[in-house]
Design a binder for this molecule. Sequence first.
Ligand code: G3H
Length: 264
Amino acid sequence: PRPILLTRHGESRDNVRGRIGGDNVLRHLVEVIVTCYDSDKGEIYAKKLANFVEKRLKSERAASIWTSTLQRTILTASPIVGFPKIQWRALDEINAGVCDGMTYEEIRKNMPEEYELVLFLFFWLIRLNSSSFFIMAEVRLHSVSLVVYELWSITITCPEVSHLFPCFFCKYRARKKDKLRYRYPRGESYLDVIQRLEPVIIELERQRAPVVVISHQAVLRALYAYFADRPLKEIPHIEMPLHTIIEIQMGVTGVQEKRYKLMD
Ligand code: G3H
């Protein structure tokens, strides 16, 4: 059986700062040329990965290294020698659209927890007022409030109607509720990523020689889920740690998996 090795790029400056998306290595090109990589850990991982790959695939001269078109994966692959390298746009990280370059904290700060709170208070007050005086009315009002609340939840959760919501951050709230379908404004959803990975998967299936895929968290979650036969709804939540190689062996008896944690 021929192995497929999946790994995220080495830790980047944006990872350290908790920023999503971006192509920060390009933005700091001069600095990168000097230090080779934004984070020391990232640079060390790139070297460790090269050692690992050169030993593991020593006798596999037809093996190849696939990266995304983003600098952090290309740099992670750069110490690996002796194998052809192919860049795939389809392996680029999920496009976070207007959130590109933001931290989760920056996004969270603007989330509409207050909207939800106001709504809850409103329904709670309706309930309180009515229950003191008109029990029957309370039952009716309460059910009405539940229906309205449900409709409101569906509105912000469902991507087809969430665009009707005026506030972008109300939309972001929807990501927590349905991370698989949530599409970043002017960006992508996990479902979009899964769809654009189709040609990569077809090519991976076709390969006879081992392939090392150096990509990004969201993309690797989707690729891994395909090979490990994990359900669609789990994809956005699969653990995909940094500095770890997931080796997948596809044999006649099924898929086998090994993990190598090269560093923290
Ligand atoms: O946006 C970049 C991340 O690698 C994807 O992670 O889908 O858990 O936010 P997330």
